[in-house]
Design a protein around this ligand. Structure first.
Ligand SMILES: [Zn+2]
Length: 189
């Protein structure tokens, strides 16, 4: 993305030489503003009168790292839950599926926040993919928790329905491919 630099902006960059410029983006219309200086002013978008907030790939990466740690923990819980489920250790399986759902939900929140903070398309796309995959897995473990509960109640046909819904979500999740490790996220600012 190229940006026009008018003479005023060049002056401003020179006046503030040594201080970094920050990228602000309007949450309404997504217009991007470059703001120089160390202090963080309130930037009001002239087009839609919404407040623009600071954005950077680095902020996105920090958010992604938190989401990714939650995501890995959720996967670990889900794998443990699945083993319990297969060995008919239903009460323990259900607890683990619930824990996994909580962590997947948290990872989705962080990946979504990271996607909004990113300034480059490549980082935003990686965050979006992570958000999509974690959302599928979150849904899948919720349904597996439901399947476990139905089994505990002796309702095997309902359990089988839940399980087949979960398997569809798992298939969609695996089509998303692997998430980038948070270290592999290439930030541009
Ligand atoms: Zn705006």
């Amino acid at each position: 993305m190229s940006s026009k630099v008018n003479p005023d902006e060049r002056n401003r960059h020179q006046l503030n030489s040594g201080s970094p410029t920050e990228t602000y983006r309007c949450d309404g219309c997504e217009t991007v503003y470059q703001v120089a200086g160390a202090e963080q002013p309130t930037v009001l978008c002239p087009d839609c009168k919404q407040v623009a907030t600071p954005h950077s790939d680095l902020m996105a990466k920090r958010e992604y790292q938190i989401g990714y740690a939650k995501y890995l923990e959720a996967r670990r819980q889900a794998t443990a839950a699945m083993r319990r489920f297969e060995s008919r250790d239903l009460a323990l399986a259900r607890g683990r599926f619930n824990d996994a759902a909580t962590d997947f939900e948290a990872s989705v929140c962080h990946f979504t926040a990271a996607m909004k903070e990113a300034t480059s398309h490549s980082v935003a796309d990686s965050c979006d993919l992570a958000r999509k995959k974690a959302t599928c897995l979150w849904q899948a473990v919720e349904w597996l928790g439901g399947a476990t509960y139905a089994s505990e109640q002796g309702d095997e046909s309902r359990a089988a329905r839940y399980r087949s819904d979960a398997e569809q979500q798992l298939a969609v999740a695996s089509e998303c491919g692997d998430l980038l490790n948070s270290d592999e996220l290439q930030v541009t600012d």
